[in-house]
Structures are given as structure tokens and as C-alpha cells.
Ligand binder design. Structure first.
Ligand SMILES: [Zn+2]
Length: 423
């Protein structure tokens, strides 16, 4: 149990009905579940019962690609936590690759799992990057998760309309300190409600707290250090795992194996093999915690993004998982796809738009009142202002001196539009 320190985090979060990004400690399990049962009678039963997921069977699968707009909040204290544009774009690329099954290492999936592997048909589009320098720190504790990162007045960054956007906060998550143990947390997310395969009370405590939080090191670094134990490899797939929770997925072990192996848990998905405990950041293909020797039994699916195997061996969602995620996006999180997506200009507050977009040398702004002068500012994705101009509605804005890329245009400090510049 090399990662016993890591394990101890999740029990607290799990006990509180939260989904977390870490392993679960055996040490507090009974106590925690009992506390939860007392405050929420029936919790134990819901936690353990085996559920055939309705979502996995009833969803209308179609081939439509579901596009989700993402707002990245970089909340940093030290400069190293201010993850650069390159890493942010790479993070979006990793999400897109993994949710379209286009990552090169899908070839590593063992052939026994080929029949269940699936392209989720979900794509992510970067809507906006918000950078906030803070003096606050973000640390999970026995009383709660560090959701202050989602609140501007508490040193974080307010969510952008959580009905329409997937908000992802990137910050330094300090380890949970408990009973002398220091337990790193890579990230956490809340699932939506209601879902049959989740206990009631698992969703975000408030709308503005929905979304995903990940540690900056999972985005910008190739390893994540665990004191005294070494480093675990990072391929920016912590976000893939946490977004899976946000779309309704559970860990493939079903979270019953808090005391070592327990095959009673379920993730509500038929085509992931029964697994009795989380993998331990390894790539052990011989691991088979449940059903070994039974005809037809499959080994643990360490290639699954919803296990805790090393990110270097994760490369797959299953058809059952994809069905849940698509169902969630089309029902419980349907606002994510209810507005147009594509390469047209994007508006926030009204129908003001940039034309053409992508722009080449100049752009116009449509939808402005003819009789006013407007302040137009252009920002890069680092949040640096590149240009500030006062214009009348019929004036063009010259961008011939700006490199091709993605920018944000702020008009009168109210409308924020995405601008693409191409040559
Ligand atoms: Zn998780």
C-alpha cells in the first residue's frame, strides 16, 4: 500500500457524498459510512446495491458529436501555478483526443476489451480563459472541499454560467492533512443528479459550484510528486477522469473496495469488468480482483479512464460509459449543447458578433448601436491586453499586427467575444 497516504483523502469526500480524485483510505471507512447513514438513512443500501443502469440502456445513441464549451479558470498564487497557454491548449487537445478515441495509445488496449471500447463522440471547445492571481490557498479538509476556488470573493474565480459551460478550475490543491498524514489530491468533480448509480446527495451543493477542479501539476507537468513516495506520471488525463465524473461516471470499481478487495460495488455499467478495488497508479495487466478463474471473467480494466491506474496505461471508455455520458449531456446537462457551436463568432450577452471570424487583417463588429462610441479591447489567452481602441459601430478594427491564434475581444467591458485570427 504505497499510496496509503493518498488513500486517506477520499473517504472524507466520499462520506460527504463527494466525488474525489483520489484513492480511498480503509482507515475511516466504517465510521464515515455510519455518519453518512445517520444523516441520510438508506445511504448504505444505496451505496452497495447492484444497479442496472437505466442510463446505459435507455439512451438514444446517435452519431451526433456533442460539443461542450469549456471555461478554464487558472487561479494561481505563485507564477509556476499560472499554467501557460500552451499547456491549456494541450489540455483541451487531450480531452478531445480521449473523448473521441483518437489518442495514439488506444493501440495498447488489450484485445479482450476491443469489443467494448467506444468513441464518446464528445468534443471540447475552449470558450475562455480566466486568470486570477490570488492570495488564497485551496486545501480539502474534514469539513469540505476547496470550493472557494470557484468564488471570486473568496480568492477564486466565479463560474461562467454552469448550465452552459463546463467550468474547469486549475489551481494548487494543497494536500489534506489529517491524523498526521498528508494526502495529495489531484482533482475532484461532482456528478449531476439524479442518477440511479449514484447515492443521492452526490451532486454539487450549489449550481455555481458545478464543474471540475484539478491541480495545476496535472496539466502542466509530466509527473506529480508524492512526498516520500516518488512521482506518478501525468499525461493531462486527470481532467479526462474528472470530466467523466462530471458527466456521471463512477470509478469502475464502484468504490466498495475501501478495505481492500470488495466485489460488491458497481459503477452501474455492464461492460466494465467487476473490479474490487482501485488500481494503485500502476499498469498491472495481471490484476484481476474479482472473478478470477470463472469462465468468461475478464481482468481488471486498467486501461479505463475511470480506474486509478497510471495515466500512461489509460486509453479507453466503454460503450456503457459512453451511453451514460451522452445521456447526461442530452438530459441533465443539456444546457451545455443547447446553444450553437462552431466557428461562428460567440456572444455572451446579446447578438453582438465579430465579422469575419476568423479575421485576417480587419474585423467589424455587428450588432452595435450606430450612435455610440465603443471601447474595444483585445486580450490574448494569457489575459494580456494587446490593443485598446475607441470605435464607432461602422469602424473596422485592424488586427494585421497580431499573430494568428485565439483571442478575446471585450467591448465596453461587457461583451466578451472569441476572436480567431488566421492568415
Ligand atoms: Zn475519481
Amino acid at each position: 500500500m504505497n499510496y496509503i497516504h493518498v488513500f486517506s483523502i477520499a473517504i472524507l469526500l466520499f462520506w460527504s457524498g463527494w466525488v474525489n480524485g483520489q484513492h480511498v483510505s480503509p482507515c475511516l471507512y466504517d465510521h464515515a459510512i455510519q455518519l453518512r447513514e445517520e444523516s441520510n438513512p438508506g445511504y448504505k443500501e444505496r451505496l452497495y446495491r447492484t444497479i442496472e443502469s437505466n442510463a446505459a440502456h435507455n439512451v438514444n445513441r446517435n452519431d451526433e458529436v456533442l460539443k461542450v464549451k469549456v471555461v478554464l479558470h487558472v487561479v494561481y498564487k505563485d507564477d509556476i501555478e499560472n499554467v501557460g497557454d500552451d499547456a491549456l491548449l494541450k489540455q483541451i487537445q487531450v480531452l478531445n483526443a480521449c473523448y473521441r478515441r483518437k489518442n495514439a495509445d488506444t493501440v495498447n488496449l488489450r484485445s479482450i476489451f476491443h469489443p467494448v471500447a467506444a468513441d464518446a463522440g464528445i468534443e471540447f471547445e475552449l470558450e475562455e480563459v480566466r486568470r486570477v492571481k490570488t492570495t488564497a490557498t485551496f486545501r480539502p479538509s474534514i469539513s469540505g472541499l476547496p470550493d472557494d476556488v470557484k468564488i471570486t470573493s473568496k480568492g477564486g474565480s466565479d463560474a461562467k454560467d454552469p448550465d452552459k459551460y463546463l467550468n474547469i478550475w486549475i489551481c494548487k490543491i494543497l494536500p489534506l492533512e489529517l491524523f498526521g498524514l498528508s494526502s495529495p489530491v489531484l482533482g475532484y468533480a461532482y456528478p449531476p443528479e439524479p442518477l440511479d448509480h449514484w447515492p443521492a446527495g452526490s451532486a454539487a451543493p450549489a449550481k455555481h459550484l458545478e464543474g471540475v477542479v484539478i491541480d495545476y501539476r496535472t496539466v502542466s507537468q509530466s509527473t506529480y510528486p508524492i512526498p516520500n513516495l516518488g512521482s506518478i506520471p501525468m499525461l493531462a488525463r486527470t481532467a479526462v477522469h474528472e470530466v467523466g465524473h462530471y458527466f456521471g461516471l463512477r470509478h469502475i470499481s464502484g468504490d466498495a473496495g475501501l478495505f481492500g478487495v470488495n466485489c460488491e460495488g458497481t459503477d452501474g455499467v455492464d461492460d466494465t469488468p467487476t473490479q474490487g478495488a482501485q488500481s494503485q497508479f500502476n499498469c498491472d495487466t495481471s490484476q484481476n480482483t474479482c472473478g478470477a478463474g470463472v469462465i468468461g471473467d475478464l481482468p481488471d480494466m486498467i486501461e479505463n479512464y475511470m480506474d486509478y491506474s497510471a495515466e500512461t496505461c489509460q486509453n479507453t471508455f466503454t460503450k456503457g460509459q459512453v451511453a451514460i455520458m451522452r445521456s447526461v449531456i442530452q438530459t441533465l446537462r443539456k444546457g451545455l449543447i443547447s446553444h450553437p457551436s462552431g466557428t461562428e463568432s460567440i456572444y455572451v450577452d446579446n447578438n453582438v458578433s465579430i465579422v469575419p471570424n476568423p479575421a485576417y487583417q480587419f474585423f467589424d463588429i455587428h450588432g452595435l448601436n450606430n450612435n455610440h462610441q465603443y471601447s474595444v479591447e483585445i486580450y490574448n489567452m494569457m489575459g494580456q491586453k494587446l490593443k485598446h481602441k475607441q470605435i464607432y459601430s461602422n469602424e473596422s478594427v485592424d488586427v494585421s499586427d497580431i499573430y494568428p491564434g485565439i483571442y478575446f475581444v471585450r467591448i465596453d467591458n461587457i461583451n466578451q467575444l472569441k476572436l480567431m485570427i488566421a492568415r
